[in-house]
Design a protein around this ligand. Structure first.
Ligand SMILES: Nc1nc2c(ncn2[C@@H]2O[C@H](COP(=O)(O)OP(=O)(O)OP(=O)(O)O)[C@@H](O)[C@H]2O)c(=O)[nH]1
Ligand SMILES: [Mg+2]
Length: 605
């Protein structure tokens, strides 16, 4: 039987997981000679590459001596936390990376809590020790304190620790040791991570933890084999969470080696392989022996905490830039997404609109970004948290928030967060002179906070948050204060008008950009919306004749991105998304109707 180790690499966002996996791939000699490999090779999809973050967990396998090590690289961003949990069920050990300067962060807590819950003993890797501000000793203390707080058992508290600079390709047992290579980390994996349990001679039991598809063979389940063997061409039973069973033959069996996938004929207990041949294979399904099917526990996936309404674009510019614009097309695309993205949900709401739920703005934003790249056009409303009832009490999701700010911004951060119903739990002066503030805050209070926070801290603040739990609803939290500058006409924006409007607030548009009545073209400097005319061109002719055209100095408009728009918009606004544009508009494009609604709202208060 082959000697196998299965590990997942877990950490807070950006602490260096994918970079570490790069080095493990390279230094194990897994790549063929001259194989061209990009940096952070595991971040293989476009958005991952562009943003430098991992979105989907992915697995790879390396050989080290006489061992095969299956490695799953996981995303560190809180929105993709749903990915991490099911991955942990598939491995026998974790590498917990912690940035030697930043230390324990919200998502470190989230992932470590899950790992401890699965009974895993973490191999702690204090990474980025090359950084100037690094303080490995303090960070190690933080990790230890966290494990104590998480009720880790004796064995888990004796976790092994290594010090590493993944980017520079070394790990070591003691800070004093020579910085050489990754061998200490390979050894730690071999020595400290237990071998898979289960027997190749028992009846087959395997479980799917990720889906993939292949143009030739269709749906593929990436599967951990817990017992027995799987053989290409043999028949097995696919058992679903609801107990239903279907018999099918494995048409293709795929093994992993570095970044390559190879056809294999057989694999056995302990290994991770990809299986094709079951047309309705899903995450969580068990693949079992056909005469003695014993299904594995279905997987628990954390429920979505945020939802947004996606609808057909019905604005005056609809259909000009996208190729998929109908409700049917959108529904089809969303249904396809839900098949593989198990942490998300979709519910048709009638009126050509759909409720899409996920774990955060980024997760929903990435789906929207993928759709616009595929040629879709649609609208998104303001994200709402998913509330639920428990024993007659309305509950809402809370988040653990950590903000790092220079001392002078401590006051404003605390004040602003107080208004958003945040409760401060910890204040720690950091060695670099900044202050670390920790809060528990309703997820609602965080919607739209990032922009405000960055402005308040002159871009120097850093914030991180991660899901905590559902708690009793806390009542109204404040939202955006500035109103919107709303266009009162259809046409192309004129430089001179924009120039004049600059005094009223921050513009979102440039000259010649198409605008329409009810479209939001800027952020007002004051509370309350303001109807403005960006098309007035008469004065421009005057200026031309006076030869002072150059004097029209336009400030660079604020660029509206999908995510910044999701943070910014209010309940009565929508984001219009096409392959070429992201616009913000009022839900109601008619100025009189908006006035009437505002009046009604005021009266009902
Ligand atoms: N100084 C320093 N930077 C590092 C080190 N390891 C990684 N980085 C940098 O940290 C950044 C994030 O690295 P990634 O490997 O993408 O981090 P990650 O944990 O995979 O991030 P997510 O998957 O998005 O959670 C990159 O810019 C790396 O170059 C290190 O040892 N030292
Ligand atoms: Mg990564």
């Amino acid at each position: 039987m082959q000697k196998i180790k299965n590990i997942a690499v877990i950490a807070h966002v950006d602490h260096g997981k994918t970079t570490l996996v790069d080095q493990l791939l390279q230094q194990s000699g897994t790549y063929a000679d001259h194989q061209e490999v990009q940096e952070r090779a595991m971040d293989s999809n476009d958005i991952e590459k562009e943003r430098g973050i991992t979105i989907l967990s992915k697995n790879t396998a390396i050989t080290y001596g006489d061992h095969k090590i299956n490695i799953i690289d996981t995303p560190g961003h809180a929105d993709f936390g749903g990915e991490v949990e099911r991955v942990l069920k598939m491995v026998d050990g974790v590498l917990l990376l912690v940035d030697a300067q930043e230390g324990v962060m919200p998502q470190t807590k989230f992932v470590l809590k899950k790992a401890i819950g699965f009974g895993l003993i973490p191999v702690v890797v204090i990474n980025k020790i090359d950084k100037d501000g690094s303080d490995p000793e303090r960070v190690l203390d933080e990790v230890f304190d966290l494990l104590v707080a998480l009720d880790a058992n004796e064995e888990q508290l004796e976790f092994p620790v290594l010090y590493a600079a993944a980017r520079d390709g070394y790990a070591k047992w003691e800070m004093e040791d020579e910085s050489k290579d990754m061998i200490p980390l390979f050894d730690a994996i071999i020595e400290k991570v237990p071998y898979p349990k289960g027997s190749p001679d028992a009846d087959t039991q395997a479980q799917v933890f990720t889906l993939d598809s292949d143009n030739f063979v269709g749906r593929i389940g990436i599967t951990r084999i817990f017992n027995g063997k799987v053989k290409k061409g043999d028949e097995y039973l696919l058992v679903k969470a609801d107990g239903s069973k279907t018999k099918s033959r494995i048409s293709k069996l795929i093994g992993f080696k570095g970044l390559d996938r190879i056809d294999i004929t057989e694999a056995e207990a302990g290994d991770i392989v990809a299986i094709a041949g079951f047309s309705d294979i899903d995450v969580g399904d068990s693949i079992c022996d056909k005469s003695n099917p014993v299904a594995l526990d279905p997987m628990h996936v954390e429920e979505p905490t945020l939802s947004v309404i996606m609808s057909v674009n019905n604005g005056p510019l609809a259909g000009q830039e996208g190729k998929h614009v109908t409700s049917n097309k959108i529904q089809e695309r969303l249904e396809k997404e839900m098949e593989t993205n198990i942490a998300m949900r979709m519910e048709p709401m009638g009126d050509a609109s759909f409720k899409v739920s996920g774990r955060g703005e980024l997760q929903i934003g990435i789906l929207a970004e993928n759709m616009r790249r595929e040629g879709f056009e649609f609208m998104l409303a303001r994200p709402e948290v998913v509330t639920k009832e428990e024993n007659g009490v309305k509950m809402e999701p809370f988040e653990h928030l950590v903000v790092d700010v220079p001392e002078e911004f401590q006051g404003v951060a605390i004040e602003k967060l107080g208004k958003r119903k945040a409760n401060m739990t910890l204040l720690t002066p950091m060695p670099d002179g900044t202050i670390r503030l920790e809060f528990e805050i309703p997820a609602r209070g965080l919607i739209g906070f990032r922009n405000e926070f960055l402005t308040d801290t002159k871009g120097e603040g850093i914030m991180n948050h991660s899901y905590l739990e559902y708690r009793a609803y806390t009542g109204t939290v404040v939202s955006r204060t500035p109103g919107a500058l709303v266009s009162m006409d259809d046409g192309e924006a004129v430089a001179f008008s924009i120039f004049n409007l600059q005094a009223r607030g921050i513009m979102f548009i440039s000259p010649q950009e198409k605008v329409y009545s009810g479209m939001v073209i800027g952020e007002s400097a004051r509370p309350g919306d303001l109807d403005v005319n960006p098309l007035k061109g008469k004065a421009l002719t005057n200026m031309r004749t006076s030869g002072t055209d150059d004097a029209v100095k336009l400030v660079t408009p604020r660029k509206i991105t999908l995510e910044s728009a999701m943070e910014w918009i209010e309940e009565d606004e929508l984001i219009e998304i096409t392959p070429l544009s992201v616009r913000i508009r009022k839900k109601s494009l008619d100025a009189n109707e908006r006035k009437r609604m505002a009046r009604d709202k005021k009266n009902s208060k």
